[in-house]
Ligand binder design. Sequence first.
Ligand code: FES
Length: 799
Amino acid sequence: MHKIVSAIFLAENIKKIEIEAPRIAKKRKAGQFIMIRVGQSGERVPLTIADSDPEKGTITIIVQGMGKSTRELNTKEAGDTISDIVGPLGTPSHIEKFGTAVSIGGGVGTAIAYPTAVALKEAGNYVITINGARSKELVILENEMKAVSDEAYITTDDGSYGFHGFVTQKLQELIDSGKTIDYVLAIGPIPMMRAIAEVTRPYNIKTMVSLNPIMVDGTGMCGGCRVTVDNQIKFACVDGPEFDAHQVDFTNLTDRNKLYLPEEKKSAEAFAHKCNLQSAGLQYLLDLSLCHHDFPAVDLCRDGFFCINTPSFLIEITMATQHITTKERFAIPRQEMPAQKADVRNKNFKEVNLGYTPELAQKEALRCIQCKDPACIKGCPVNIKIDQFIKLIADGNFLGAARKIKEDNVLPAICGRVCPQEDQCEKTCILTKKHTSVAIGNLERFAADYERETGNVELPTVKASTGKKIAVIGSGPAGLSCANDLIQLGHSVTVFEALHELGGVLVYGIPEFRLPKEIVKSEIDGLKKLGVNFITNAVAGRSITVDELLKEEGFDAVFIGVGAGLPWFLGIPGENLLGVYSANEFLTRVNLMKSYQFPENDTPVFNCKGKNVAVFGGGNTAMDAVRTAKRLGAEHAYIVYRRSEAEMPARLEEVHHAREEGIEFLMLMNPLEFVGNEQQWLTGAKCLRMELGEPDESGRRRPVPIKGSEFILPIDMAVISIGNGSNPLIKQTTPDIEVSKRDTIVVDMNTMATSKDDVYAGGDIVTGGATVILAMGAGRTAAKAIHEKLTGIETVQPV
Ligand code: FES
């Protein structure tokens, strides 16, 4: 929580708010911004930092109440708090001695132009400021601008103050007067910035604009803020927000910023209505949900969806497990995982799989023939003692089973749900030779759920303090497993997370229906009880750097487990049309920001109801995205994949579930171009049919285009799910960490040590997109190496 120190209106609807944020105040530079989440159901909104006071530990923002979030922010007073602030984000303004520099602010953009004008002055420039507003009452920061300017001009559209006209006219007047201008920075509404670009273009004056596209995370993770600059896609939050005005595609920026206009209007109206009721003393109407006026009904996940006809599991089972013969074990069929009915679950976000009952779990456990040399253990990346925990389940000792698993796996309830066991432990189960493998993942999940649901979670012992401090960057599976091992070994551990919630990909990437967030929270709560310190809203490479952690904050080692969060796009025409998402953005909106509960939660997402949605890709993330679209009401939800189903990398269970839920699989199809209407909304994907040729370097049969087979697939929304690259922030701010050609961090795989002393890395940032359990294994390997390096004490296993 961040306390508001002061809040005053500068003009109607424009408020200056000073907030406690010491870390940001210390680091912020001109041109940088923060993401702010006003309350628990709020959206993440980017706002530029107008000023900061490192001594006081405060930052100042200037907010114009436009949408719901900014209006809500403007109702805040001194002493109130704000849930989340993350920053400073974005690349700072490039400041040098240009000569004569003109800083132009339009409306509330003046608040952003101000710190840059200060920095330009400090760099020795002759600074001219032009501060534009619609009328005199809306002029802000006049005195502050004058104080840093060699020449300062105010313009008003209505002529009520200063120069009568637009900022562009004033700029043109200055140019026409023969003044040499070397640099222009313009910040304000898009039409103003576009017009400035056209004024300076003929004179070849270097002109920068600070762009304000829609953002979700602000950390380079979703691609929602993408803009076209010099015909290339750039992410405004990490590559910008300032770009060369003469290279920006303003048409596309304008179109993309219209994406959620209807939703924003609805949300702002609902907020205004709420304020009216409150000020009329009618809060009780809201509390009692009696007032539905203007609140659009959210008809998903509201009520009545969890009506599962659970089969009756009347299983007679002998508890005398020791006496069952191998033949009898073979005779037991693999126990099916109970699940919600497909036509029920495809309309809700509750978990699909319901978990084994104790009877089912015991029956399944009896199938394990307790091999002398269990191959399944070798198939598990963290070598869980599978035979032992399954025997404990068969014996009815469910808590014992959970604790046995936890000797090797800190997140069993998560792994039991999302690990691809069929390609790991279950693949190597001896039973697969003649039968189906033991359902190891289902049993792992059962034991973990039993321990948690019966309130019997037992904390492991923590060794005496070593006095060593370790920073873990990223709270996904790699970071959590590393933190778990290190805390138990007696180290002080602090985990830094970029988002406002802990769990990394487990919370923003994997949907609730596959991994309920309460499971992730409960596993993380366990780590908190052990003493792990968690800091949210801390972006590595922006809020903190690896060098700062080692040199200024006194950490003895750093583990980087930030995942692979930079979404790849197809690189085909039309990818910036409205309605084209990366899977990261779509899933982050729905999973992290709970946009399926819009407008109760402020973050909107494309309204899929009755629409055709295509997800391009064939992995688990693609399955998550397409099943999410179906739950949001899509009429047709397609998977479009360029190879055949046999080559799809998604887990069989996910494909099976998706098909049951009505997902349509369009195989051997490759998108060539997205097409749209005059308003720039997506209307279809031009696709080419393929056939399978010879195997390629991956061993899968290569898709070969069928000439002349192009056709248009009519769709309203597209989700690109073809994988992720590495977020560039760590590389940019820690150049002495060696990275590969793919920008992944290079490590010694035996220790996960990077090329930089005392810095380790693991998970997707090292391997590229992989599995939860592999990331956890890497976290544990690093923990072991860190412990040995810091203490000189060798450990066979981390714990
Ligand atoms: Fe920029 Fe998500 S907001 S990548």
